[in-house]
Design a protein around this ligand. Structure first.
Ligand code: PEP
Ligand code: MG
Length: 890
């Protein structure tokens, strides 16, 4: 039978799957000899069993009995013992941290008898009754599902009765009264009494933690963070220590480095005479951790020592939760800390300099997604001073970036307005887990209370969302839909505000945004050694990634400007130049002429008009990518895309009656003729080339002539001609032979020989499955995974995202859209088959990918595993793909 319960002395940090992050790290700290209150962890396996079968696995109760007995023996008191009770906390702890998403019950073991024992032992009756009412409150809310406001309202009423606004003024008898009131609330709301049996309290709390895995907000958070749905949570049962036993007690959170910048130092918040959740919830304002030195120097020194031990042991920035009980420091949690993208790069390089990690590890410690975040725009320096904007206040810079939007004060409004396509900033006094949907919908989050470790800050950083928190000078009136800033400025719902998550500044009005320094560095406008620590760190890690990468990174670009930018970003060529993009704008008319041509002569005239324009485009691109391969894809989309909309044109011609413009009539005939029920599966790609004589030839000629012209001008053009939507080798052969003929003709006419590879896209399942035959006629393959995903799943790429993907994501049919991250099992299998078969027919055949997946981190890793030669992605994603190509090889 599996073991379902582990004492803290039995686990270690590598058992996160089984013990969850919190449990595994509590065990690790215990084994490091750090002061962790004794306890044990119920495994995720037990949770999974419970969620599947609706009851805990057989044997769990007995195992818990044994561990509890051992804990009681160690502590020298029994759970809930009436004269000196052992009290425990019951906390969730999944493999991946889900801040505030799931449940915690503290002070388990208190009842009408043991509360007296606690009063006696602590010598503090007020504390004992406060602890008891907290238990009933948390238990009522978490385990019995009672609306938390009912308890809060009762506390408010007690304060009113005492004539105060501060919890600190409540006395023992007030709390005693609240216990009675809370018990009555439980009876009224839950139809049962609050259980006085300590073991029953514990067992019910454990079940509630299991159940919280499937709470709505936890499900939403997991979807956001792409955490698998079936992991379950562990439950940690830990002997209680108290931070609310007076001025010599307290509780706090700390980072071993600044999670926003990576700077070394003492970062954290401390709250004197308070219990656990008070800090994270941002309910009361904390003092900076440095104050602890003044309050309790011994504990402060010990804490710094432990922080150093942890950093050296984990070889990474850690965050910790601690409690001081009457001058004794206890560690309640640690984990490798969440950090901003900038801090991730800085910290990786700092640890590298400290010889704590090597450079491979430094590259592993950052991600392409983090790099992408650093490339987001920020507020333009100086523009904050313009008349159009007014600085309201400076809060804490909790999560970087620049966000502009209409102020909204509730999650519901945030979701509603964002759903209409509006940018919003969610403004709250503090956030709690129920605000998650609003935080997802908003461009940024602003709170007036709570520190850098408050819920808003932690969750926003995790999402990469801009956040300013703890702007205490703002008076937020959620009910009134407004906030007031110093100087009496009132901002109402709908007013545009700008928040700067890097400085903490908040402005009324719209502040213009500018490129990030990281982008300027990639653009070549900012030197790596120019003094910007972040840029230097990015440079260092990028260089290493480039050195490691087996994959080249090319760009999807179809004009000289994008090509040049891509090259500055480090592109090793162009992997996809979509030529149809060159037929838009003014040139659409020329394409119309081609489609309307009634005979070969008219068609040729139209093609002749297009050719020089194409040639000019290609010359510019070859020049920008001189010496690097440029894969030019012949025209792909259905021709009707270049014609007016059939409904609008029918109405126009119909309304004009006999007076209709003859050109419109011809157009309508053509649109009607070309109209397809399923254009994505219709006359497009190679099929167009085979049906419209001269179209592909014109493009190939333009490519060959452009290359010849570049060569004559001293350049080094490297064209590759790519045929789209091939399903059978015969299609490819026909087009290839025609193209070869044109290339030879141009060579003869110009006297310049520019070799050009001719290859194909693999974007249909049949092409993948017959890749061996196709490779006989193709000098390279480029996987068009947009169409390959569309045709493999049978999902219309233009419609599904809106139609039903959100439901599919909800149901867990996939964790992320297959158009975003390559579906390894299905589409990926076809890619593997085609790569293997292609190599069999043509060893060394060049293989790339040019669908959107080429810039997606997970898909880049897949391409590396399959052994492709390159990925191709939009210019802005190139640094991300370069980094991930390097990380994939480490
Ligand atoms: C593809 O299908 O993956 C591709 C790159 O081509 P397009 O997106 O132009 O259809
Ligand atoms: Mg395609």
């Amino acid at each position: 039978m599996p073991k379902f319960v582990y004492d803290f002395t039995e686990g270690n940090k590598d058992l996160k799957d089984l013990l969850g992050g919190k449990g595994a790290n509590l065990a690790e700290m215990t084994n490091l000899g750090l002061p962790v209150p004794p306890g044990f962890t119920i495994t995720t396996e037990a949770c999974r069993h419970y969620l599947e079968h609706g009851n805990p696995p057989g044997g769990l109760a007995e195992e818990v009995d044994r561990h509890l007995a051992a804990l009681e023996a160690q502590m020298g008191k029994r759970l809930g013992q009436s004269d000196d009770p052992l009290l425990v906390s019951v906390r969730s702890g999944a493999k991946f941290s889900m801040p505030g998403m799931m449940e915690t019950v503290l002070n388990v073991g208190l009842n009408d008898e043991s509360v007296h024992g606690l009063a006696e032992q602590s010598g503090d009756e007020r504390f004992a009754w406060d602890s008891y009412r907290r238990l009933i409150q948390m238990f009522g809310k978490t385990v019995l599902g009672i609306d938390g406001d009912l308890f809060e309202d009762a506390v408010e009423a007690a304060k009113d009765a005492r004539g105060t606004k501060d919890d600190a003024d409540l006395r023992a008898e007030d709390y005693r009264g609240l216990v009675e009131r809370f018990k009555a609330i439980v009876r009224e709301q839950a139809g049962r009494d609050f259980p006085s049996d300590p073991r029953e309290q514990m067992d019910l709390a454990v079940r509630a933690v299991f159940d919280s895995w499937n709470a709505d907000r936890a499900i939403l958070y997991r979807r956001q963070e792409r955490i698998p749905v079936d992991l379950g949570t562990a439950v940690n049962i830990c002997s209680m220590v108290f931070g609310n036993l007076g001025a010599d007690s307290g509780t706090g959170v700390a980072f071993t480095r600044d999670p926003a910048s990576g700077q070394q130092g003492v970062y954290g918040d401390y709250l004197q005479n308070a219990q656990g959740e008070d800090v994270v919830a941002g309910i009361r304002n904390t003092v900076p951790l440095t104050e602890l030195e003044r309050i309790d120097k011994d504990s402060y020194d010990r804490l710094l020592e432990i922080m150093e031990t942890l950093e050296n042991h984990y070889r990474d920035m850690c965050d910790i939760e601690f409690t001081i009980e009457r001058g004794k420091l206890w560690m309640l949690q640690t984990r490798v800390g969440k950090r901003t993208a900038a801090a991730a790069f800085r910290i990786a390089c700092q640890l590298l300099d400290q010889d704590l990690i090597d450079v491979d590890e430094a590259a592993r410690r950052v991600t392409g997604d983090q790099l992408a975040q650093l490339m987001f725009p920020r507020f333009a320096a100086g523009d904050q001073g313009s008349d159009a904007v007014k600085k309201l206040v400076r809060g804490m810079n909790a999560s970087p970036g620049a966000a502009v939007g209409k102020a909204v004060f509730t999650t519901e409004r945030a979701v509603e307005l964002a759903g209409r396509g509006e940018d919003v900033i969610l403004v709250r006094r503090e956030t709690n887990p129920d605000d998650l949907a609003g935080m997802v919908a908003a461009k940024g989050v602003l709170t007036s209370r709570g520190g850098k470790t408050s819920h808003a800050a932690v969750v926003a950083r995790g999402m990469g969302k801009t956040c300013v928190c703890g702007a205490e000078d703002l008076d937020v009136d959620v009910k009134g839909g407004r906030f007031t800033a110093p100087g009496g400025i009132t901002v109402k719902e709908g007013d545009v505000i700008s928040i700067d998550g890097s400085s903490g500044d908040v402005y009324l009005g719209e502040v213009p945004v500018e490129d990030s320094p990281v982008v300027r560095y990639f653009e070549g406008g900012l030197a790596a050694d120019g003094g910007d620590e972040l840029v230097a760190a990015v440079d260092r890690i990028m260089r290493h990634a480039d050195g490691r990468a087996a994959l080249d990174v090319r760009a999807n670009a179809d004009n000289p400007e994008d090509a040049a930018r891509a090259r500055r970003f480090g592109a090793a060529g162009i992997g996809l130049c979509r030529t149809e993009h060159m037929f838009l704008g003014d040139r659409r008319r020329l394409v119309e002429e081609l489609i309307l041509a009634e005979d070969a002569g008219q068609r040729q005239t139209a093609l002749d008009a297009l050719e020089p324009l194409q040639k000019q485009d290609f010359e510019g691109i070859f020049e920008a990518m001189d010496g690097l391969p440029v894969t030019i894809r012949l025209i792909d989309p259905p021709l009707h895309e270049f014609l007016p909309d059939i409904t609008e044109l029918s109405v126009k011609v119909g309304l004009a009656g006999d007076g209709a413009d003859p050109q419109d009539r011809r157009l309508l005939d053509a649109v009607t003729r070309l109209h397809e029920q399923n254009p994505m599966l219709g006359l497009r790609g190679v099929r167009l080339g085979l049906v419209i004589p001269g179209l592909f030839s014109m493009q190939v000629r333009a490519i060959a002539e452009a290359a010849a012209a570049r060569r004559r001008a001293g350049g080094d053009p490297r064209p590759e001609i790519m045929i789209p939507l091939v399903g059978a080798v015969q299609e490819l052969e026909a087009v290839r032979d025609e193209a070869r003929g044109i290339l030879d003709e141009v060579k003869d006419a110009t006297g310049v020989d520019v070799p050009a590879l001719i290859g194909t896209m693999i974007e249909l399942p049949r092409a993948a499955l017959t890749a061996r035959q196709i490779a006989e006629a193709a000098e390279f393959f480029s996987f068009g995974t947009n169409d390959l995903t569309q045709t493999t799943w049978g999902f219309s790429r233009d419609d599904v995202e809106a139609a039903f993907f959100s439901r599919y994501l909800e149901l867990g049919i996939f964790g992320v859209s297959p158009f975003e991250t390559l579906d390894r099992d299905g589409v990926g299998r076809l890619v593997r088959i085609a790569a293997e078969e292609g190599r069999k027919a043509r060893p060394g055949i060049k293989l790339g990918i040019c669908g959107e997946h080429g810039g997606d981190p997970d898909s880049v890793h897949f391409c590396h595993e399959v052994g492709l030669d390159y990925v191709s992605c939009s210019p802005f994603r190139i640094p991300v793909a370069r980094l991930e190509a390097g990380r994939a090889a480490i």
